[in-house]
Ligand binder design. Structure first.
Ligand SMILES: [Zn+2]
Length: 468
């Protein structure tokens, strides 16, 4: 054999190995949070989601979803397992085709998604994709990329993007800009990684990875004009079906799942039930149930009369590694809106549950902005609130103030409370962080009690220490 032939022969060997194909190696992105923080965040967001959304309690359906879920979890590669994580599976009794998984493992699958699926493998495909985001810790990785100040608002961001604009304080709804979707809406790079890892998990669990691609097509088709929430949270990197198909050629499906009678039974069971409400209807009903809780009526009509004055003693809170703040000691920390809120009992919706409109207290958060100019970004922030608060006044002027040792702005707006219909005033404080994020605080009180609360708002602002 001459040298030329030998080279050709060796090349042939290399090529044939490549043609057999090696699966793409998927590694978790940079993440400055610990797996324990993923768990904590997911746990709190799950509690909120389960309070807001109707969970389906049907043994046939839930036990089937749990069994598919267990199979998928068992197929997560060894190196991507976190001993802290607990994967759980619930079906949400709403119509939209959507699913979401929270950091650390809680997973929610809309009834609409189950009903739209043609096969068990399609359901498994969405599960595998969602669980890949969790195993790769994409939520907190996204936060790592976004800004070092956002962790304090992450929880609200999770819940905000699950539930959309249907609940949440009227003021907080406005703050969703830049934050509300920061956490469950993934980059195209993360999408591709979740697709590819999802295909590996599918094959290991006994499902054809192509069924994941076919479920994505089903979702796209049923989306209607705006497209379903799932597609906007999980954008198609562009060539999704092509690369899933290529990847599938490198994979061997092990222990193929053939018995899918439980899937058929679950779908039959769902068809027998009354049609699922939309998420909007369901969350409105949840709010209605809270509103009619015993003892709440008096408060609703006259919230000012029953709510204590701000305590003269203060309690200090540390919000992640973002900032420290002291608030009146009779205010509770309520991480339920798109930022952290501190409010007295009874001021937060009607029963003290998070994510209702708050009538007294202060909300603190960080919003992204493009302008990097304090005045302009404050105007933009206020405009965004006005979208969900039609009666909100516009600032006539700003007053310079100091927040955490930095130059900030303050103004006071008037509004009609979405919770009570009564006039309220909102003290707005803003300050630019060194990374360009807009740190803001909104002190809210009914107009007749604003002078009393304004002193507390100023003292709260005066206590803020920004941590680096
Ligand atoms: Zn995704």
């Amino acid at each position: 054999m001459n040298i030329g032939k030998r080279v050709a022969f060796m090349l042939g060997v290399v090529l044939s190995v490549a043609a057999l194909g090696a699966q793409t190696v998927i590694t978790p992105p940079d993440n400055k949070y610990t797996p324990a923080q993923d768990v904590e965040l997911g746990h709190r967001a799950a509690a909120e989601a389960e309070q807001q959304l109707p969970m389906l309690r049907d043994e046939i359906v839930t036990s089937w979803v749990a069994s598919v879920g267990r199979r998928i979890v068992d197929a997560i590669p060894e190196e991507l397992r976190h001993s802290e994580f607990r994967y759980t599976f619930q079906v949400v009794n709403v119509r939209e085709i959507n699913a979401f998984a929270l950091p650390g493992g809680p997973m929610y699958f809309n009834r609409g998604m189950v009903q739209a699926a043609h096969t068990e493998g399609e359901v498994a495909g969405v599960l595998a994709h969602e669980l890949s985001h969790v195993a790769l810790r994409h939520g907190t990785a996204q936060a790592t990329k976004a800004t070092k100040y956002e962790i304090g608002t992450l929880l609200g961001a999770v819940v905000g993007s699950i539930i959309g604009g249907n609940v949440g304080s009227a003021v907080a709804q406005g703050t969703q800009f830049g934050l509300g979707t920061a956490f469950l809406r993934f980059s195209r790079e993360f999408e591709r990684d979740a697709d590819l890892l999802g295909s590996h998990i599918m094959a290991r669990a006994g499902y054809d990875p192509l069924e994941m691609a076919s479920m994505f097509k089903t979702i796209e088709k049923q989306g209607g004009s705006g497209g379903p929430q799932w597609m906007s949270d999980h954008p198609n990197p562009g060539d999704r079906y092509a690369y899933i198909t290529r990847e599938a050629q490198t994979l061997q499906v092990r222990d193929v799942v053939r018995d899918t009678r439980a899937f058929t039974q679950a779908q039959a069971q769902l068809r027998r039930m009354a049609p699922a409400p939309t998420t909007e209807e369901a969350t409105r009903n949840a709010a209605g149930r809270r509103g009619s809780a015993p003892g709440s009526e008096g408060r609703r009509e006259n919230p000012s009369g029953t709510i204590e004055s701000p305590s003269p003693s203060y309690t200090s809170y540390t919000e992640g590694d973002l900032f420290r703040v002291s608030v009146p000691s009779n205010w509770r920390e309520l991480p339920g809106s798109n930022a952290v809120t501190f409010a007295p009992d009874g001021a937060y919706g009607n029963t003290g549950e998070p994510s209702s409109s708050f009538t007294h207290g202060i909300e603190i958060g960080v919003a992204r902005n493009e302008t990097h100019d304090l005045r302009t970004s404050t105007d933009e922030l206020i405009s965004s609130f006005a979208r969900s608060n039609p009666n909100l006044s516009r600032p006539s002027s700003y007053v310079r103030t100091t927040i955490g040792g930095r130059q900030g702005l303050r103004t006071v707006l008037s509004n009609g409370s979405n919770a009570t219909g009564q006039p309220e005033r909102i003290a707005v404080f803003t300050m630019l962080l060194s990374d360009g994020g807009l740190f803001y605080a909104l002190g809210v009180a009914p107009s007749d009690r604003f002078p009393e609360y304004d002193g507390a708002f100023r003292r709260v602002i005066g206590s803020i220490e920004i941590m680096q």
